[in-house]
Design a protein around this ligand. Structure first.
Ligand code: C2E
Ligand code: CA
Ligand code: CA
Length: 557
């Protein structure tokens, strides 16, 4: 693990600096300065990261004693141990240096082994006796702890007011899944790997990095041109290179430090808030904090607080949007879409709460509620009207991580006296790219049980065409964007047409959603699409409205 300590070598003679680098470079990250003034300027900008100073006494501009004098007055820098490296010219100078605050003395010419031993002893003793240092490093990764990080950021902001900085919070998407699937040890390995990359990135420019807990990291970065894009690319490719059977992504939340009077802890919280805000947003890799966040977080909190009661109180209503067979124009199915009739907030569309529930884990409770309600409807139609169409329910990508999903779904259909074929399961495309192995095993099981699997939102994310043959799906649901952009965009139209062709070749049915116009229906018919869903046919309807259609219209299954 790349957690080499940094030492600062201060000597005006190039040859001396070279000798010291040669002795130390295998154990330390060595920085050099040619005189006292340069040393102080380095210490003032990155002093917090330095474990020890090797200081020559006789130097032009500002000598070793001068440096020691300045250090003694700085509450933080005075804690860094100093090993004086001078020509032996009597015990007086040695004593003088010690009086000025030096910790120890080695004289030229150097004995490499003695010098290394002394330096090591000094650092180890210093770190063991300073409580600040005990808290300073995260044991697992060797990065700074949050406390040490905040302290250093505070000092740096006060000292270097002429520069612009950002606090960046990082988060590994689905880190918990790595832990759950491969074990904590593998999870720790991944954290160490990322920590090493971050350390290399930050050290180059004297920036800082810390691990807060679990997979949450914080960086303090000087805001230079396009540093963010470079870093995001750099880390993204490191994650792709990581040898594990899962797509790993890192997300970033950025807080621009424009007002140094904001407390550093609050700055860190804001960076974390920014990264959390895009946790389940598949298309965003980074987000900046702005003041609207506070408001958003409050709303999220309210929704989280209300969900339990809402489920018990039947505040959720399941609407049904018809699907039509395109060739015969007959009703052929429906999609169950949830709405929340909130006692204070009123009618809420899923866009207002699904992603929040996915983030805090309540989505499965809601989905189970929706699956139950849907089965209740179908069972009633069969019983009272002797007629039904299969209904597709949405399966959140979070549900897929439940090992017992097949049992849960099977129990629900049998409890209502139905068969798995009565339900279609819409699994969103992004779930297929996140954790293919886990998903494959769950989907295979669901299919064996007789459920019909639809890949939802196809074309909206990173999926590839060969995924279609790898996953045992039955139906492909083209993302709405395809249809909505098809009018003006010829390229889009031809892509859509070849996707439909390919799907047919491997025996998949194709559903197009978001169909709003007659012209789109005609186009889709020409391309060989099987089913259509959209406002052109009907908006999502209440169960009663849908039942009326079902009972009065011809149906094809
Ligand atoms: P989705 O699964 O892609 O569902 C289709 C969305 O498109 C629905 O939005 C539907 O009302 C809307 N839509 C249908 N036809 C048209 C059209 O012609 N034009 C346009 N512009 N939109 C159309 P809705 O109901 O707001 O749901 C949004 C998303 O919320 C769904 O997207 C789905 O991802 C999620 N969702 C809805 N209900 C549930 C649920 O019970 N569980 C889970 N996990 N997610 C759900
Ligand atoms: Ca859907
Ligand atoms: Ca969809």
């Amino acid at each position: 693990m790349n957690t080499q300590r940094q030492v600062l070598v201060v000597d005006d003679q190039e040859i001396n600096r070279k000798i010291l680098i040669k002795i130390l470079e295998s154990d330390y990250d060595v920085i050099t300065a040619e005189n006292g003034e340069e040393a102080l300027s380095i210490l003032h900008s990155v002093g917090e990261g330095i474990s020890a100073i090797l200081l020559d006494i006789m130097m032009p501009i500002l000598d070793g004693y001068g440096v020691l004098e300045v250090l003694a007055k700085d509450a933080f820098l005075s804690r860094i141990p100093v090993l004086v490296t001078s020509q032996k010219d009597g015990e007086d100078s040695e004593l003088k240096a010690l009086n000025f605050g030096a910790s120890d003395f080695v004289s030229k010419p150097y004995n490499a082994d003695i010098l290394k031993k002394r330096l090591n002893n000094l650092i180890v003793m210093h770190e063991a006796t300073t409580t600040v240092n005990i808290l300073k490093r995260d044991v697992l990764t060797g990065l700074y702890s949050k406390e040490a990080f905040m302290h250093m950021v505070d000092l740096r902001l006060k000292r270097e007011m002429n520069k612009k900085y950002d606090i960046v919070a990082l988060d590994i998407v689905n880190f918990k899944l790595v832990n759950d699937t491969y074990g904590v040890e593998e999870g720790n390995k991944l954290l160490g790997y990322l920590a090493d990359k971050l350390e290399i990135i930050t050290k180059k420019k004297h920036n800082l990095c810390a691990r807060v807990y679990a997979d949450q990291f914080l960086l303090f970065m000087e805001r230079t041109e396009s540093y963010l894009e470079c870093m995001v690319d750099d880390i993204e490719s490191s994650m792709i290179a990581y040898p594990v059977d899962m797509k790993l992504h890192v997300k970033f939340g950025i807080y621009n430090v424009d007002d140094i009077n904001v407390n550093v802890n609050a700055m860190c919280d804001r960076a974390v808030m920014a990264v959390k805000s895009i946790k389940s947003d598949f298309n965003k890799q980074y987000a900046y904090y702005d003041d609207s966040f506070r408001e958003k977080m409050l709303v999220e909190q309210e929704i989280t607080n209300d969900i339990d009661l809402a489920l018990k109180d039947n505040q959720f209503k399941v609407y049904l949007q018809p699907k039509y067979n395109i060739l015969e124009g007959k009703l052929a199915g429906a999609e169950a879409l949830v709405r929340w009739i909130h006692p204070e907030k009123g009618f809420m569309n899923p866009g207002q709460f699904i992603s929040i529930l996915e983030k805090n884990g309540f989505i499965t409770d809601l989905d189970i509620y929706v699956w139950n309600k849907t089965c209740e409807y179908i069972a009633r139609w069969i019983k009272t009207g002797k007629k039904y169409v299969p209904v597709s329910v949405n399966v959140s990508r979070k549900d897929v991580y439940k090992q017992n999903l097949p049992e849960i779904l099977m129990d629900i259909v049998t409890a209502h006296g139905l068969l798995p074929k009565h339900l279609h399961l819409e699994i969103t495309e992004s779930a297929y790219t996140e954790n293919q192995e886990q998903l494959l095993s769950v989907v295979e099981k669901l299919k064996e049980q007789g459920f019909i699997i639809e890949m939802d939102d196809f074309g909206s994310g990173y999926s590839s065409l060969n995924m279609l043959s790898e996953f045992p799906i039955d139906i492909l649901k083209l993302d709405m964007k395809f249809i909505q952009n098809s009018g003006s965009n010829i390229k889009n139209r031809s892509i859509m047409s070849s996707v439909i062709d390919l799907a047919k070749k491997i025996d998949l049915s194709v559903v197009a959603e978001g169909v709003e116009e007659q012209s789109q229906v005609t186009m889709l018919k020409g391309m060989g699409c099987d089913m259509v869903q959209g406002y052109y046919f009907a908006k999502p309807l209440t169960e009663e409205e849908f039942r009326n259609r079902l009972m009065s219209e011809p149906v094809i299954i």
